[in-house]
Design a protein around this ligand. Structure first.
Ligand code: ATP
Length: 534
């Protein structure tokens, strides 16, 4: 992971936001290569899910043909949206503070247990992120008890019983980061939405939030889309855009950021068909990641247990990737596919639903009136053929563009061996990105800067540039130029050499196989296009 992080900075994939001022946690900027990668990922998603979707025939595995359209909604919305969506009351994480170090943690980063010590409830903890270093933890745990439990006879950590004699005989020295092991406050709720104020007056009613997901913009526009585009159920609405969450502990590079992009679909279907559509989207989204280059071993689909499901959800599956910063055997979520029932449309229509008795009852406040009133607008759907009127059920495949980009970067990072100019094998770093995702599709080199080669190379470059992001490089040994492109993930390098002057051909080198073939200069654009799309 360290090698990848340093390559990302060195080659301009990712920079820390506001780095010259020391950076700000949980915010990342995409450099010249990174911006292309992320844009390619979003474009591939948009093309494959929305604009390239053929509504005339049912794709493999789909119960019927269906339509897909797009939206682009605002980041700030009416404050009531977040009350009726449930985010205002329920979009919480739990945080705990370490009393000694004053550090703050997300509850799931912390493992430990409360022990009674001198009439005090003390939370004894190790942090999950270092939990695999068992010996180190135990060492610190022993030290901790030595400091803290002088009069205790016997204390249990996990299955192990530790007695005072053991503690006294333990002579390890407290490590510099031992503060991370300490007593923690009880978990407290923390709403993850960033607050902001509309307009200059700033009263309570003017408080709103940066959207923590793009989905709600889709739900509140459901009727607008139905009326303006004449789509019929089943159909999906897709949106790509920024979301914001005030994560308690942003970490693991861009994996958990405070500002990130999502690629979300809300798919509206008849309640009786919703299970079939749920399975369709779950499998289709999994297949997409494999097609784009994530390998089978690192990618899993995990169906949530009943107890893990969000209050409105009938079923949820996560597509997860074995990110290299996670302990062996652990996976991080790339995308969640949730069956949301009719929770969202109904809440925006009638008012916030009661999670305890979902899906039908509106949550009441202390005065017995609906706690948050909905829009009162009719968000039901009438089938113009059967005349049936119903609130559609929703399947939501919700992906993160930044987590996706990070997974593709991790998967792509490879160190292998390639021959240098003299044929000697040298270690090379190569980013084996899928050609559709690669920031630069091809690089064009004149072998030497003379004999008319630069002129031909520049002409090829200009021709390609009209279609793809390509790169021209005439500096240094050609082997070194190849290496630079390998690190950037460029799948093809086109070299103009002495033969090009007479037979109007060039070599095209494949980044992964290192194979070089000669093609006609006139065919270069078509050749690159067909290789990218293959
Ligand atoms: P997690 O459990 O990891 O916090 P989540 O279940 O809250 O994720 P969702 O609300 O389902 O995530 O959001 C859908 C997708 O948005 C996630 O699968 C992920 O790819 C992306 N995402 C969510 N939170 C973040 C974040 N803080 N940073 C980057 N991407 C995120």
């Amino acid at each position: 992971m360290d090698a990848l992080v340093s390559l990302c900075k060195r080659r301009g994939f990712l920079f820390q936001s506001s780095e010259i001022y020391g950076g700000v946690q949980g915010f990342w900027d995409y450099g010249p290569l990174g911006v292309e990668l992320k844009r390619n990922l979003k474009d591939a998603w948009w093309q494959d899910m929305i604009s390239g979707h053929n509504e005339l025939t049912a794709p493999a595995g789909a119960p019927s043909p269906f339509e897909m359209v797009g939206l682009d909604c605002t980041i700030l919305m009416h404050p009531q949206v977040w009350k009726c969506s449930g985010h205002y009351d329920l979009f919480h994480d739990y945080m705990v503070d370490c009393r000694e170090s004053k550090k703050r943690y997300r509850h799931d980063q912390v493992r430990g247990r409360y022990v009674e010590y001198q009439d005090q409830k003390v939370f004894v903890t190790t942090l999950a992120e270092i939990e695999h270093e068992v010996d180190e933890i135990r060492r610190r745990a022993l030290k901790f008890f030595k400091l803290r439990a002088k009069n205790a006879d016997d204390i249990t950590i996990g299955d192990e019983s530790i007695t005072l004699d053991k503690l006294d005989s333990h002579d390890d020295v407290l490590g510099p980061d031992a503060k991370s092991l300490g007593t923690l406050t009880e978990p407290r709720e923390f709403n993850l939405m960033f607050k902001t104020t509309l307009g200059a007056l700033g009263g309570a009613d003017d408080t709103t939030f940066l959207r923590p997901e793009t989905a709600q913009g889709i739900f509140v526009n459901f009727k607008n889309v139905l009326d303006s585009s004449r789509v019929r159920v089943p159909f999906g609405i897709g949106q790509v855009g920024k979301s914001f969450r005030n994560e308690i502990t942003p970490r693991n590079f861009t994996f958990r950021s405070r500002e990130f992009e999502q690629m979300e679909i809300e798919f509206f279907c008849h309640p009786d068909q919703s299970q079939e559509w749920y399975r369709y989207w779950r499998d289709r989204r999994m297949a997409w990641y494999t097609e784009m280059g994530l390998s089978g071993e690192s990618l899993i689909m995990r169906e949530h247990e009943q107890s893990e499901l969000a209050h409105y959800s009938v079923g949820t599956a996560d597509i997860e990737y074995a990110f290299p910063f996670l302990p062996e055997g652990e996976y991080g979520e790339l995308e969640g596919i949730a069956h949301r029932g009719d929770f969202d449309l109904r809440s925006h229509m009638e008012g916030k639903l009661d999670p305890a008795t979902n899906p039908m009852t509106v949550q009441l406040g202390e005065d017995g009136k609906p706690k948050y009133r909905g829009s009162g607008k009719d968000l039901t759907y009438r089938d113009d053929i059967t005349n049936e009127k119903y609130v559609p059920h929703v399947i939501e495949p919700s992906a993160g563009a930044d987590r996706g980009a990070l997974a593709f970067l991790c998967e792509a990072y490879t160190e292998d061996e390639a021959p240098d100019e003299k044929g000697k094998l040298q270690t090379r770093t190569v980013m084996k990105l899928h050609p559709r995702l690669a920031p630069i599709k091809a690089a064009v080199f004149p072998l030497v800067k003379k004999d008319g080669m630069p002129e031909i190379a520049q002409e090829i470059y200009a021709g390609l540039k009209q279609h793809f992001n390509v790169f021209y490089d005439a500096k240094g040994a050609v082997g070194r130029r190849y290496r630079r492109q390998d690190e950037a993930g460029t799948p093809y390098c086109i070299t103009v050499d002495g033969d090009s002057l007479t037979d109007k051909t060039v070599t095209i080198r494949d980044r992964d196989s290192l194979e070089q073939t000669r093609i006609k200069i006139d065919d270069v654009v078509d050749e690159i296009r067909s290789r990218i799309l293959q």
